[in-house]
Structure formats: structure tokens, C-alpha cells
Design a protein around this ligand. Structure first.
Ligand SMILES: [Zn+2]
Length: 137
């Protein structure tokens, strides 16, 4: 069997590539590596959304020991989106990513994709943001 019999590019009537076909023999031999590669590419193309860690948020509120009442406000310094209550805002401008008992609560801004960090200190709150791919190495 020639290599081209195991791996075929399929074109439509206009000559545009629309699919790729692998033989069963090639798939059986390499599916572990192929699936891992395909999933990592798909994760970039279509990131899977994990549920908001609301239990972390509830723990954070339970052990609240800051000198001010719980604050639900979130502000994105990148696109200026803000809400007075990220949890009850029907527009859901922010998505909770994590809440740590030490005071760091992280959100994803649904408007611009920035990561918003809400840092709770003993007597004040700071917001910071970063944009995916904005860090230089
Ligand atoms: Zn934003």
C-alpha cells in the first residue's frame, strides 16, 4: 500500500480542500499520537469552557476576613467593561476562573478576553489585567 493510500486530502468540486481521510491501518497504528495532537490543536481553535468554580467562591466568602463587606464589582482595565455584581449581572460580562482564600479572585472578561485579577487586601481591593499573548518571553 502506497503512503498516499493511507493519507488522502479530499477536495470539493471547486478544488477547495474540505477534509482529510486516514486509512484504518494508519489510525490504528498512530491514533494515540494523532488524537493527542488533534486535541491540542482543537483546544486552540475551540477552547473548551470549564464550569465556573463557584464552590471556590463560596469558600472565599465563608472565610472572608477583610475589613470591608464582600464586593461583587469587577472592572476590566483593558476594555473598561464593568459590573456591580458579576454573579447576578444577566449580561455575564465576566466569568469566574478561580477564587483563592488568600484574596486573589480571577475572572475572564467576556468582552475582550483579558484576564482580570481582583486582589483583596486587608483594607482595599486592586484590579489588574493581562491580555492573552501579551507577555514577552
Ligand atoms: Zn475587557
Amino acid at each position: 500500500m502506497a503512503h498516499s493510500d493511507h493519507f488522502r486530502l479530499l477536495y470539493d468540486a471547486r478544488g477547495d480542500l474540505y477534509s482529510v481521510m486516514l486509512s484504518a491501518a494508519l489510525w490504528e497504528r498512530g491514533h494515540h499520537r494523532l488524537e493527542a495532537t488533534i486535541h491540542s490543536i482543537l483546544e486552540v481553535m475551540e477552547p473548551s469552557v470549564r464550569p465556573e468554580p463557584l464552590a471556590e467562591w463560596e469558600d472565599f466568602k465563608t472565610y472572608w476576613d477583610f475589613q470591608y463587606p464582600a464586593c461583587m464589582k469587577v472592572v476590566c482595565g483593558n476594555c473598561k467593561t464593568q459590573t456591580e455584581n458579576w454573579l447576578s449581572d444577566p449580561a455575564k460580562p465576566f466569568r469566574l476562573k478561580s477564587a483563592q482564600l488568600g484574596g486573589l479572585v480571577v475572572f475572564h472578561c467576556n468582552t475582550c478576553g483579558a484576564t482580570v485579577r481582583k486582589k483583596h487586601f486587608k483594607d482595599h481591593i486592586c484590579f489588574e489585567f493581562s491580555i492573552a499573548g501579551s507577555c514577552l518571553k
